[in-house]
Design a protein around this ligand. Sequence first.
Ligand code: G4P
Length: 529
Amino acid sequence: MNKFDSEIHKRRTFAIISHPDAGKTTLTEKFLLFGGAIQTAGAVKSNKIKKHATSDFMEIERQRGISVATSVMSFEYKGVLINLLDTPGHKDFAEDTYRTLTAVDSVVLVIDSVKGVEEQTRKLMEVCRMRDTPVIVFMNKLDRDGQPPFDLVDDVEKELNIHLHPLSWPINNGKEFKGVYNLYDKSLLLFNPNQKATEEDMVPIGDLSDPLLARMVGEKDAAQLREDVELIEGVYGAFERGPYLAGKTAPVFFGSAINNFGVKELLDSFIRIAPEPRSRETTKRVVEVAEDKLSGFIFKIHANLDPKHRDRIAFMRVCSGRFERNKYYHHVRLEKEVRFSNPYSFLARDKDVIDEAFPGDVVGLFDTGNFKIGDTLTEGEDFYFTGIPSFSPEIFKEVVNKDPMKTKQLEKGLLQLTDEGVAQLFTQYGGNRKIIGCVGELQFEVIQYRLLQEYGASVQFNSLPFYKACWLTAEDRKKLDEFIRFKTANIVEDKDGHLVYLAQSQWFLNTEIANNPGIEFHFTSEIHK
Ligand code: G4P
């Protein structure tokens, strides 16, 4: 294997996702501790927007600064280079999370075993399913009284509509939680809340009839475990990697992140089964990772905190070829050649200028306003990566300019902020009214604050009675024109000039879909790529 190929094989790029409070931050931190990327517990906590600070935008600004550093956490573990992409925990920033998922090759989904599947778990799973992203499930908080494990697994399978395959199995939970049996390498790890589990605590138990088992967990629990394992092996059979890689089956691990219990097994299995960087679809052809020419796309843009410096950092996922510092690359949308003298990598949480990067890596590129989400860099070829859609916002507000002298600044600010993906900008069809669509209320505060701070533009928002945006297409343009004529008040254009219908409610939407069979209503913008 040449150096280039071995660099690709070495990489695993993934994200940890969860409904807020399920334990994503805690698990991230334990992974980083194992990877030697941090030395003390508590180091990652600062990345989290605390519940009580939800309407404090200064706090958000501070967090934005911190989260640049933690956007990508790269570390080595047992010879594997892991790129862990951070996703915001707050639900108002869900769209950021969805976009980050376009840049990873797999995810670890954390579920609170007491609460089971929650609202955000469901949405995140939908996004994973759109791209058949391989998912590993970590059932967390086994030290708390939750549902019995079989019920939990059943519940998650039903709720998320995915096959699960247990690779470890708990002995009780809550106060009676005794440990986890690793079905993959047939070993037992005993739980002791006051003492962190180490490799020495692993007890190999090849045969569950070994009297050692009963001595360690008691006769009753040993019998239960034997019964459970027999059932699991009967129902699920041997684990196969293929269905996992195809996004059809999700291996499941049990543990307790805060106690660092079951985390190492998860990480060890992760590096064994999680996918390496893979080929990706574009508008023109499939791009193979091992191609020698560079390609990559921007999935996230971060504004600088300092208002005097308007430059931003654009995060590019490298998809093929080798990225090199100071080399000219082709910016497909702008049709121009660009080069970067200070590209960043994020090894061990330090931003470092790098000379090269490989498929699976994320590089931070200084940007003075040239990039927007979805932009592609190549070595000359024209294509875009597919699967980076805008999702329908959930809250819509009209932008009211409070200072007509600053109209130009406002327009520029709106364009730049929405290029960053903070929100989506729509324009009234045949008119000039600007409408902002977001996933959460918090973004409106961020936008208002940043427009004033960074562009000197003062705005107010007026709520609009819409709840969903649908991108419209029709084979027969006449049908579309007719629909627009009748529904003018609900029609807007997105930033690329695509027609969008804003629905007041599910009932209206269903009615329009039923009454207009010649028109297709799409819930993401993907169709236009
Ligand atoms: P998030 O990023 O998914 O939002 O969750 P986070 O890791 O911040 O965890 C949410 C809460 O759950 C934290 O408590 C954390 O300590 C706790 N937690 C995480 N893993 C476990 C576990 O295995 N068992 C138990 N019992 N609790 C767990 P908190 O009180 O909200 O925050 P903190 O005061 O501990 O920081």
